[in-house]
Unconditional design. Structure first.
Length: 58
């Protein structure tokens, strides 16, 4: 015989799992110190300049 499942409880558990994974992603994206953010920005700018230098003019 099949197990009886409370649909409200299942829905809430699913929503809680989604919220938990979103929170983990936000911690990774926004959980940087100011020094780390500035370092990442400087690296992006350096790579952008490097790419611009290697472009060929037609």
């Amino acid at each position: 015989m099949a197990e009886i499942v409370n649909l409200n409880r299942a829905r809430k558990a699913r929503d809680k799992a989604v919220a938990k994974s979103d929170a983990a992603a936000n911690r990774v994206a926004h959980g940087l110190t100011k020094a780390q953010r500035e370092m990442a920005k400087a690296e992006r700018e350096r790579l952008s300049r490097l790419l611009d230098q290697t472009k060929r003019e037609d």
